[in-house]
Design a protein around this ligand. Structure first.
Ligand SMILES: Cc1cc2nc3c(=O)[nH]c(=O)nc-3n(C[C@H](O)[C@H](O)[C@H](O)COP(=O)(O)O)c2cc1C
Length: 329
């Protein structure tokens, strides 16, 4: 199976990290890359925030040298402001700039951004054109199947953005109306694949090696973007890439491996963002890492009370002792 290629970038596998606000920050992207993600995509960043030089927004485009290849994702709907944002992202070291045309949140779509762009194909194409002219790195688009089931226009939109200069398109197999409900429609993704000349990245409901393989076979997509199944589970990237390469399923991480990863992730978050923010953000991540562990609910409750990295780690060690995961010294 051929490695995916976007512009001049050839990836080392097919498992990409999908952008997730509150999840795919630089800390997690480095972790995901280390664990085998072939491309990581950052949380969406406001084009207006970059234009007005908002401090928090500027921090969001800081890239760690260990995470390449990485795409920064932008949302907005004014072509010239988006083009300027793309330039800032290129200057920040992004390997690609991805345009968010899929976010369903009211506070985003009410401004005509995110998935609202699917209702305005000519504006969507103007944005891609302006951005592609502004930067030398590939401009890509992430979209859904349409606004709702009565207006599924993914093929038309994808063709328009390809024509405007997009180098790849990621298609999440749901409409805006679906939000995250129901099953992703992979058949509709295959229609986009068949209509385009550029690579299409399939997205929606890939949860392991076999589902990734099935997505690639059913849609013909060049790679898969994994979102929710990667939250608290960075092992999934190696699992998927190995399965696609060899057809072999590698062993799932043990409880002890999960807790070790939590310690590492927590430490990196605290180092990057300070202990106060690091602890709070890690609570959400940890809740996902604990998925499927015995007495996970109790453990989740306990880490909510931890106020320092040391306390957090003590909760983890006490749990390990209680569950007999390590010998009492
Ligand atoms: C918590 C969360 C945050 C997300 N943030 C973004 C985002 O910033 N940009 C984006 O394009 N999609 C975002 N998404 C959508 C995912 O990238 C992906 O399209 C969706 O979750 C479907 O893929 P999955 O079934 O692998 O999760 C987000 C999804 C979740 C669950």
């Amino acid at each position: 199976m051929k490695y995916p290629k976007i512009g001049n970038i050839t990836f080392d596998g097919w498992a990409f990290l999908a952008p997730m606000a509150g999840v795919s920050d630089a800390t997690y992207r480095v972790l995901a890359r280390r664990m085998g993600a072939s491309l990581t995509v950052a949380e969406m960043v406001s084009a207006k925030g970059l234009y007005y030089e908002n401090e928090k927004t500027k921090e969001m485009i800081v890239i760690n040298e260990k995470e390449h290849p990485v795409a920064l994702q932008i949302f907005g709907s004014d072509p010239s402001i988006m083009a300027l944002g793309a330039k800032r992202m290129e200057a920040a070291g992004a390997d690609m700039v991805d345009i968010n045309m899929g976010c369903p949140m009211q506070k985003v779509v009410k401004n005509g951004d995110g998935s609202a762009l699917m209702k305005n194909i000519s504006l969507a194409a103007d944005i891609v054109r302006a951005m592609a002219q502004a930067v030398h790195i590939p401009v890509t688009v992430k979209m859904r199947l349409g606004w709702d089931h009565a207006s599924m226009n993914a093929v038309e939109l994808a063709q328009a953005v390809e024509e405007a200069g997009a180098m790849a398109v990621t298609v999440h197999g749901r409409t805006r109306d679906d939000m995250y409900a129901g099953k992703a429609d992979w058949k509709a993704i295959s229609q986009v694949v068949n209509a385009l000349h550029i690579p299409v990245i399939g997205n929606g409901d890939v949860v392991d090696g076999p589902s990734a393989k099935q997505m690639m076979e059913e849609t013909g997509c060049a790679a898969v973007a994994i979102g929710r199944a990667a939250w608290g589970n960075p092992w999934i990237f190696r699992e998927v890439n190995e399965y696609l390469r060899t057809g072999e399923e590698i062993e799932k991480p043990t409880g002890a491996m999960r807790l070790d990863m939590v310690r590492y992730h927590l430490h990196e978050l605290c180092r990057e963002k300070g202990e106060y923010i690091g602890i709070r953000e890690m609570r959400a991540h940890a809740a996902h890492y604990f998925h499927g562990l015995p007495k996970a609910t109790i453990l989740r409750g306990q880490i909510m009370k931890a106020l320092t990295e040391e306390e957090f780690n003590r909760v983890l060690s006490d749990y390990e002792l209680m569950e007999g995961m390590i010998e009492k010294k």
